[in-house]
Design a protein around this ligand. Structure first.
Ligand code: SF4
Length: 374
């Protein structure tokens, strides 16, 4: 049994502009100790998915249907009291913006201790000891004296570390990290990601890492789900996604990763923007931006299928994608190709998607599972 199993989740927001289809019929699972990446641009539905798992969707949002099974129990059917005892205890979340996640009028240490006292029933002294130990573990120098600092006395990187310490304080089974390093500079980002990874291994904690950056996923995750307009468009083990991407949107995301030593004059981007979720395009919602779109793409909505057979995806399929190419409905096919460049000096392997068709993308991809180079 998976630690987390999300089945057919649909979330809508009822706004004055209309009904926003934020998450549409989404299914995925995360195993115990697994590191699972959720990737896509703003508006893809990544954060709404995470908030749904935590049951933190507020009005005008509404979870329309589906189930969120955690250790086999449906979180969506639990009482408020039951879900509160799971939140912050068995499932914890690290938000994008540490500044807003920390309360400015309490010391950092007190905020971590309070979580520990509340969820683990420790007394004041024990909670303080554990808090200092955690602050030390996440790399806060001189943790004992920094325990009494207020959030404004911490740098941005230290605040984010404190949030991670708080999230890990109750030894959660699942840690949801929503763009945990977006507000930080690159050197701190790398350190924080390494810490999250190390701590997750140490505590045997599963991670759901939400990001718009496929480079971050390559560093940290075992499996990835790429989302577009509230739906999954590709799911795969991380190496397969990098070496053999099946969806044009995934290829587009890869082409927008900047890298040191990149000789391209301009960074490739995906043309256009995420569609209006109130009024989604017909057929494949990616078709207005897809370089391979054909007439059939404006009519038929592609299902998530096994790209090898075209059969509707099942839980047993490791690599699935939602594109009409795999159900034989495209005439010209997908015009990109992927080549692997082997740099013999350091045995580094690169994956490059090049263009065959005139409209195809030129993509550089970081070494999956290796060092980040952006
Ligand atoms: S179905 Fe058509 S528009 Fe959608 S990703 Fe495939 S080729 Fe592009």
């Amino acid at each position: 049994m998976s630690l987390l199993e999300v089945n057919d989740l649909t979330v809508k927001f009822y706004t004055e502009e209309g009904v926003v289809n934020a998450v549409d019929n989404l299914s995925f699972s995360i195993d115990r100790g697994e590191k699972f990446g959720v990737v896509g641009e703003s508006g893809a539905g990544k954060s709404v998915t995470a908030l749904s798992v935590m049951r933190l969707i507020e009005s005008p949002g509404h979870i329309e249907s589906g189930e969120v099974l955690f250790n086999g129990e449906n979180l969506l059917e639990m009482s408020d009291e039951e879900i509160r005892s799971i939140r912050g205890n068995e499932i914890a979340m690290v938000f994008q913006d540490a500044q807003t996640a920390l309360n400015p009028v309490y010391t950092v240490g007190e905020q971590i201790s309070e979580t520990i006292r509340h969820h683990l029933g420790y007394d004041e002294t024990e909670a303080k000891e554990r808090s200092i130990q955690l602050l030390d573990t996440v790399g806060i120098p001189d943790a004992e004296s920094r325990f009494s600092d207020y959030p404004h006395e911490f740098s941005g990187g230290m605040q984010q570390r404190a949030i991670i310490a708080m999230a890990l304080s109750c030894d959660p089974d699942l840690l949801i990290c929503d763009e945990p390093t977006t507000a930080l500079d690159v050197t701190i980002e790398t350190k924080i990601l390494q810490e999250i990874e190390t701590l997750a291994d140490e505590f045997d904690t599963a991670i759901q890492l939400i990001t718009h950056d496929l480079g971050v996923v390559a560093d940290v995750c075992d499996r990835v789900m790429v989302m577009y307009a509230g739906k999954p468009v590709e799911k795969a083990p991380v190496e397969e996604l990098y070496y053999d991407p099946k969806h044009p949107y995934t290829v587009g995301l890869m082409s927008s990763i900047p890298r040191i030593g990149d000789e391209r004059e301009r960074l490739q981007t995906i043309p256009g923007t995420m569609p209006d979720l109130v009024d989604l395009p017909s057929g494949c919602s990616f078709h207005p931006r897809c370089p391979y779109a054909e007439e059939s793409c404006t009519r038929s909505e592609p299902a998530l299928v096994d790209p090898e057979t075209g059969a509707v995806a099942t839980d047993d399929d490791e690599h699935v994608a939602a594109c009409l190419e795999y159900t034989g409905e495209l005439t010209d096919g997908l015009g990109y190709e992927v080549t692997v460049r082997d740099s013999s000096d350091d045995a580094e392997v690169e994956t490059v998607a090049g263009a065959k068709a005139s409209s195809a993308v030129d993509t550089d991809v970081p070494d999956a599972g290796g060092d980040r180079r952006d």
